[in-house]
Structure formats: structure tokens, C-alpha cells
Design a protein around this ligand. Structure first.
Ligand code: CUA
Length: 291
């Protein structure tokens, strides 16, 4: 894709320079040309040259197509599969097993094994979003009623930023996620730990349950099983609060719980400014402590 892009860019620049050059040439000469000359310029420059150039570009693009196919994923059962659902304004992330059943769910963070091609199934719960990890090159729309597939390969370990690339509402710009590309053994170790987690802070968890947080949020290994909002399992390990809106500190979590709409207009989460500050702080501390 990049090669095709640069060939087109350089070709277009050359043609542009040629056309502008001819324009200056004609302007300086201040001559009128016969109809015969004009007819030749139109025939050669306006019809034959574009036909040849466009046919060559088309052939080259068609020839390149098989190289692009792996980007759209295959049914190869050996491939790692991750399902990502765009929601206003966050990302639901499900790691799938080889039969397509969900192993577990998380939000706003994707981990990938370095050097292994991963197939993403991309859908949306509401409007059109677009899944984009600029460093890994892939971008694909998430369309209501469809599942699009995109396959990406991280070549180097690191933390990359992903964003929503389609205007989807008030907080479109606050719909980001992090991508952690890990060495495969570390990735497998992380997958294993993700199967079992729970909170240590019983009082914080009790407040979380008492205030109804579990109506929308799940924390694996506890009795919180809500599915409307982001899964909060191991929330303390995430890079941000509110899909890239704020850094992940206890203060920011408390701020988000109290007035989500001030941080992120249009977020579906109700505000909890009526709770005593001590309670929201305690819940925030509990969430920050989830490892
Ligand atoms: Cu989702 Cu823009």
C-alpha cells in the first residue's frame, strides 16, 4: 500500500510540474496556437497519456492485491483472535479461543504477542466507529450490523496508541485505547493470569456493589457481572481512565465516578456526585488496586 502510495505521489508530482511548466511556457510565449496543435495536445495529453498511466496504475494495484489479503484476516484456526466492539465512547475487547468463544473481556486496552498475526473482528454497538492503530498501519470502520475483519502484526514490543478514526459523537476525541505488544511468553503468562482475578479490598468492593456499579460493570472473580459498561477487571493495570480521557490515578478515577459527563460529555455513565466524597474515593482506591 505504501509503495503504491509513493508511486502515485511521485507520478502526480511529475505530472503537476509538467502541466505547470507548460502553462508558464505558454504564458511567456504569448502566442496563439492553431487548432491542429491544440487538437494534438488534447488527444495526447488529455486522452492517450491518462489512459496509459491509469491502466498501468490499475494493473499494478491489481497485481499488488494478493499481498494485501492477509490484512483482512483468514479462517486459519491457528491465528489469535480478538473481538473489538466500538461503543460511545469506549472499546469492548474480547479475547476469543480458537472456536470463537470468549475467553474473557476487557476494555480500552489490547495486548498482542509480538511477531504473531492477530485477527480482529470489528463491530459496533451503536454508531459507526473506526478502529485505528496508526503505528501498526491498520484502520477499519466498525459498521452497525456487520463484522469487519482486520489482521495486524506487531513487529516490535512496545506500547502503541489506538484511536477512533470516525466521528461518532460528542466525545469522539476521547475514544482511545492502548496497545501493548508483548513478547509471546509474557503474553501467554498474562493470558493465564487474566482467567482468575478478584479484589482484595472487601470494603471498597462492598461500596461498589451497594451503589449499583455492578449493574453495568463486571469484575471477574467477584459478584459484579454487569455488561452495559466497560469490564473493570484488573482496572488498576490500565493506562487510562475513560478510554484515554485521564491518567489512571485514584484521584482521576474518583473524579470520573463523581462527574463522568464533565470529563467526557455524552458518556452513558450516570454521575455519582451525590455520594459522600469518602465513598467515591474508597471505590476509586478499590478500582485502582485491582491488579
Ligand atoms: Cu468512536 Cu469516534
Amino acid at each position: 500500500m505504501a509503495t503504491l502510495f509513493f508511486i502515485m505521489l511521485i507520478g502526480a508530482a511529475l505530472i503537476w510540474a509538467g502541466v505547470v511548466g507548460l502553462l508558464f511556457y505558454a504564458a511567456r510565449k504569448r502566442r496563439t496556437y492553431s487548432e491542429q496543435v491544440a487538437g494534438k495536445v488534447i488527444l495526447w495529453g488529455g486522452a492517450l497519456f491518462p489512459a496509459v498511466v491509469l491502466a498501468a496504475l490499475l494493473s499494478y494495484a491489481v497485481w499488488l492485491m494478493p499481498n494485501v489479503r492477509p490484512w483482512f484476516g483468514t479462517d486459519d484456526p491457528g491465528l489469535r483472535r480478538i473481538e473489538v466492539t466500538g461503543e460511545q465512547f469506549w472499546w469492548r475487547v474480547r479475547y476469543l479461543d480458537q472456536d470463537g468463544a470468549a475467553l474473557f473481556e476487557t476494555a480500552n486496552e489490547i495486548r498482542l504477542p509480538v511477531g504473531e498475526r492477530v485477527t480482529f473482528s470489528l463491530t459496533t454497538a451503536d454508531v459507526i466507529h473506526s478502529f485505528w492503530i496508526p503505528v501498526l498501519g491498520g484502520k477499519m470502520d466498525m459498521i452497525p450490523g456487520r463484522t469487519n475483519r482486520l489482521s495486524l502484526l506487531a513487529e516490535k514490543p512496545g506500547t502503541y496508541r489506538g484511536v477512533c478514526a470516525e466521528f461518532c459523537g460528542t466525545s469522539h476525541t476521547m475514544m482511545a485505547f492502548t496497545v501493548e505488544a508483548m513478547d509471546p511468553p509474557a503474553y501467554d503468562a498474562w493470558l493465564a493470569t487474566r482467567q482468575s482475578t478478584g479484589g482484595q479490598d472487601a470494603e471498597g468492593h462492598a461500596l461498589f456493589m451497594k451503589n449499583g456499579c455492578s449493574a453495568c460493570h463486571t469484575i471477574a472473580g467477584t459478584d459484579a457481572h454487569g455488561v452495559i459498561g466497560p469490564d473493570l477487571t484488573a482496572f488498576g493495570t490500565r493506562g487510562s481512565v475513560g478510554a484515554g480521557s485521564l491518567g489512571n490515578t485514584a484521584d482521576n478515577i474518583a473524579r470520573f465516578i463523581r462527574e463522568p459527563a464533565k470529563v467526557k460529555p455524552g458518556a452513558l455513565m450516570p454521575h455519582y456526585a451525590m455520594l459522600p466524597v469518602a465513598e467515591t474515593d474508597r471505590i476509586a482506591g478499590y478500582l485502582k488496586g485491582l491488579q
